[in-house]
Design a binder for this molecule. Structure first.
Ligand code: ATR
Length: 290
């Protein structure tokens, strides 16, 4: 545990609730590893209070903030600048102090991309399959489409939701990228197996989440023969049934906990960009394992 002194810098988290967050653990570990004199504090911001929270943080010289539910889109109105990826997604989870106020980023998605790169997963020209069409599926679809994937299928039990995600993301994408997002009913996944030889999967449904640990959204082993790599956004349990199915079929897979760690790493690197702080894959692995 570090001791605060006259040079201690402050970063924090705004959201509601914030009690169960793992972010202090992540940022304290990084700060300790890199020898940065930082405290990271969760701030529970009451409903309607996000504007005051951002202003107050600015007045107090807070170096950076993470933003969690329910303020990831509301906070945008109170920024002086927004990064293009965060703007395209329509959600901000990291604020970086600039001279005039805070600039917003989305490290939930840049972190996912960073984790993929560290794991050697390349999207260029590849096919991506997103399982689910809830809150995480939309930004993941946007990320994959803008980072080089050729086709992004969104498979969902409720087809209308997959259609809505595809429509929204295709509209948000630059016209030059075309209609990359393809909606499909989950039950039609066999059609996908006829169309695509191999794909990268992002599991974005809540299936497999504790205590429902013995289910996966697709159990058919034939599906997994096409999966060369995958991520499960669920991280309780650390190894889900979906992850086991991918592994058993010979695919590379990582847990949502790694996504969570990398969103923290990306935020930390943004806050300390001027100090030149970078966290290597080896350092990320040490923090992940601890
Ligand atoms: P969030 O927005 O937090 O991601 P959500 O909107 O409840 O949460 O999304 C959960 C996702 O898991 C949805 O895609 C949901 O499918 P539906 O849109 O059809 O509800 C999917 N999901 C949950 N339980 C499922 C199940 N038993 N089989 C298939 N998909 C399931």
């Amino acid at each position: 545990m570090n001791h605060t002194d006259g040079n201690t810098m402050t970063c924090g988290l705004i959201g509601n609730p914030v009690r169960h967050t793992l972010s202090p653990l992540i940022h304290n570990s990084i700060a300790e590893m890199k020898g940065v004199n930082l405290v990271y504090v969760p701030f529970e911001v009451p409903k309607g209070g996000v504007k005051n929270a951002v202003r107050g943080a600015n007045a107090l010289g807070i170096k950076g903030l993470n933003v969690t539910v329910p303020y990831k889109s509301d906070v945008i109105d109170h920024l002086v600048e927004i990064d293009p990826l965060a703007e395209g997604i329509g959600a901000v989870n990291t604020l970086v102090r600039t001279e005039g106020g805070f600039k917003g980023y989305n490290t939930d998605m840049s972190g996912l991309y960073h984790a993929m790169q560290d794991e050697g997963i390349v999207l260029d020209g590849e096919c991506v399959v997103i399982l689910g069409a809830g809150g995480v599926a939309r930004p993941v679809a946007y990320l994959c489409a803008t980072k080089g994937a050729d086709r992004v299928y969104v498979l969902n039990r409720t087809y209308e939701k997959a259609e809505a995600v595809a429509k929204e993301v295709n509209n948000a994408l630059d016209e030059s990228l075309g209609e990359k997002i393809i909606p499909m009913p989950l039950d039609d996944y066999k059609e996908l197996l006829d169309r695509e030889k191999r794909f990268f999967v992002v599991q974005c449904t809540s299936v497999g989440l504790f205590p429902d640990v013995n289910s996966a959204v697709i159990e058919d082993e034939k599906f997994y023969k096409h999966v060369y790599a995958a991520i499960d956004v669920v991280y309780k349990p650390l190894e889900t049934k979906f992850m086991k199915l991918v592994k058993n079929a010979g695919g590379k897979v990582f847990s949502g906990l790694k996504m969570l760690l990398y969103q923290g790493i990306d935020a930390f690197e943004l806050w300390f960009e001027n100090e030149g702080i970078k966290i290597s894959k080896e350092e990320a692995d040490i923090i992940y394992k601890s």
